[in-house]
Design a binder for this molecule. Structure first.
Ligand code: AKG
Length: 333
């Protein structure tokens, strides 16, 4: 139910006017965005996460070779993705390759935010973007031919480019990620856009794994829910419509090495992290080669110019920061 305050807000044009570009930094964008989630007032207690598995951490060459190998998909998997707008694939990476990534992501987060995301809980959703241009190790994961190939095959397109990388840490106690689809965020003129969400630890339900509403076209049910840039009305509105229509949601744990891929029209959310470990993930977005920037990006597109420098609205999105990730022989373009 909308409160009278929300009703008042949604009537004012400023609360729903998202036409202005985002004028703060990426972290400020995430702080704002998770603030739009409708969280229970009563919070379950924080529980201790299982210790991270004790696995051998591979050397850099081994990591590189794994990131380069292809991951053949079955027709059924491609059809599942087309119908439902998401798929979760097990064993995309080996446990050691994921835990090596986690250690690097934690170091990066520590440097940037001056907190150990696993030790000091600040209930925050931390984010770092565009790390790959300045970090050789992360670049291998972000431009990974394996992730590029899976993305291109799921979309059914010959070639994909990188939109951006996104290091995400949902700290202990941090609340829900609001319901959304990414079409809101990516100012691209194509729907051939997919995000590979690589959780960097086993992610049980209590940690708030990324969860997907399906089939893909459930987004049409919520077309009429107006996005509000303050308050939790949009998130609540989407939840209510989904419940009323008995929309199915896949909220299942991720085992180590499992990766999800979601289409930009797939509605997704994530529950509160009620463990004492940060839920760290690397989310890379890839899009069909040849796509253009839409003519009017909005504030929900966040820092998009940082991801495609010197590309203007209407132009082909192919800056040096949008390299081809698949196929391999086009990677130098
Ligand atoms: O990690 C999350 O909770 C949200 C991530 C997300 O929405 C995305 O990567 O598209």
């Amino acid at each position: 139910m909308k409160t009278s305050r929300d009703k008042l807000i949604s009537k004012t044009s400023d609360a729903t006017d998202i036409s202005k570009p985002w004028d703060k930094d990426n972290q400020a964008w995430w702080d704002w965005y998770v603030g739009l989630a409708d969280n229970d007032i009563k919070k379950d207690p924080i529980i201790a996460a299982e210790p991270l598995p004790d696995v051998t951490i591979p050397g850099d060459d081994e990591v590189l070779s794994e990131l380069t190998e292809t991951y053949p998909l079955t027709n059924d998997q491609i059809l599942f993705f087309k119908k439902n707008g998401f798929i979760k694939l097990k064993k995309v990476f080996s446990p050691g390759v994921v835990l090596k990534l986690r250690a690097e992501l934690i170091n990066l987060l520590k440097k940037e935010f001056n907190v150990d995301p696993d030790k000091e809980a600040h209930d925050r959703f931390l984010s770092l973007e565009m790390i790959w241009p300045k970090n050789k190790f992360l670049r291998a994961y972000v431009l990974s031919p394996r992730l590029g190939q899976i993305s291109a095959n799921l979309l059914g397109v010959p070639a994909v480019r990188l939109y951006h990388d996104n290091v995400l840490a949902k700290q202990a106690g941090c609340g829900r990620t609001p319901w959304h689809f990414d079409d809101h965020h990516f100012p691209l003129d194509t729907n051939d856009v997919v995000t590979a969400w690589v959780p960097a630890q086993p992610t049980p339900i209590e940690m708030g794994p990324l969860s997907f509403a399906y089939p893909l076209d459930v987004h049409k049910l919520v077309n009429a829910v107006t996005f509000e840039k303050t308050g939790t009305g949009y998130d609540r509105g989407v939840s209510e419509v989904f419940k009323k229509n008995s929309v199915t949601v896949n909220e299942t744990p991720f085992e180590l090495g499992e990766v999800s891929f979601h289409h930009n029209l797939n509605f997704h959310t994530a529950s509160r992290n009620r463990t004492n470990r940060s839920r760290v993930a690397l989310a890379n977005t890839y899009f069909r080669d040849g796509a253009r920037v839409i003519s009017n990006p909005t504030m929900v597109s966040g820092d998009w110019q940082k991801f495609m420098p010197n590309v203007n609205p209407g132009e082909v999105a192919a800056s040096p920061l949008n390299p081809i990730c698949w196929p391999l022989n086009d990677k130098k373009k």
